[in-house]
Design a protein around this ligand. Sequence first.
Ligand SMILES: NC(=O)c1ccc[n+]([C@@H]2O[C@H](COP(=O)([O-])OP(=O)(O)OC[C@H]3O[C@@H](n4cnc5c(N)ncnc54)[C@H](O)[C@@H]3O)[C@@H](O)[C@H]2O)c1
Length: 261
Amino acid sequence: MLEIKDSVAVITGGSGGIGMALARYWTSRGGKVVLADIAEAALAGAAREIGSETVTVLCDVTKEEDCARLADTAVERFGKINLVAPFAGIIMDGMLVSTDRDTGKVNRKMPLEVFRKVIDINLTGVFLTVRECVERMVNNGCRGLICFISSTGSLGTAGQINYSSTKAAMSVMPKVLTAEFFRRGLADRIRCAAVAPGYVGTDMVKGMNQKALEKILGEVPIGRLIEPEEVASLVGEIYRNEALAGETFFIHGGLRLGSRG
Ligand SMILES: NC(=O)c1ccc[n+]([C@@H]2O[C@H](COP(=O)([O-])OP(=O)(O)OC[C@H]3O[C@@H](n4cnc5c(N)ncnc54)[C@H](O)[C@@H]3O)[C@@H](O)[C@H]2O)c1
């Protein structure tokens, strides 16, 4: 079992709901965090709240040089990286095509930039964050976990062709990297896994259309949104338990999964 005390977590999207909850969880157990985000004011607020065991890095995860600087900062400031939580992510929902009620013809398509922006942040951004952090973990002999964040949307949610595709990728990345690390003799010290939350009470979800949110809640057996702290706690358990590797762990309050049209 690994200890959180004195271990170093790199968290992107770190000033947002789940990232910030993980930062609180980590530091309250004696860990240190490097928080990365593009939201400068929120990042400063997060640093003030958490205190001396935090370093913040203004970082756009779609930029290679920002991700390299993030990983370097962790090693320079704390000497190692033990947890990588590449949680920066966005939603920009829409249907592939929409049709006109009267004519039945297509009257709207998802714009390329809407598809691409979600891919850039949620997929390419994760690739860059993880690649740069793993390089430093390997070169500095670090032990720990890469914890991707997937979603129940990874199973296919209508209106989210961009988001669902990136979250499906997050569910497969732990398997790809666990196999690669096994080949290179690294899998016993750098594990990979993913958490896949259902509807979590963060700005991302609270900002949704309220009618849609009410409908969603009607389908959650525990009758409420998942708390960001509950996701953070799951990440902490996966970090500690070194038998957990290569898998995606759902946390959704009993939601019935699968696409419904
Ligand atoms: N909220 C949910 O219900 C839910 C469910 C499943 C998965 N997730 C995933 O959890 C992660 C965090 O979501 P959240 O609900 O906390 O959202 P959030 O919007 O509260 O936080 C996301 C953070 O990412 C940051 N960000 C956006 N673009 C960035 C970029 N280019 N570079 C760096 N930072 C950037 C934002 O500034 C924000 O602080 C996301 O990957 C999301 O897909 C959320």
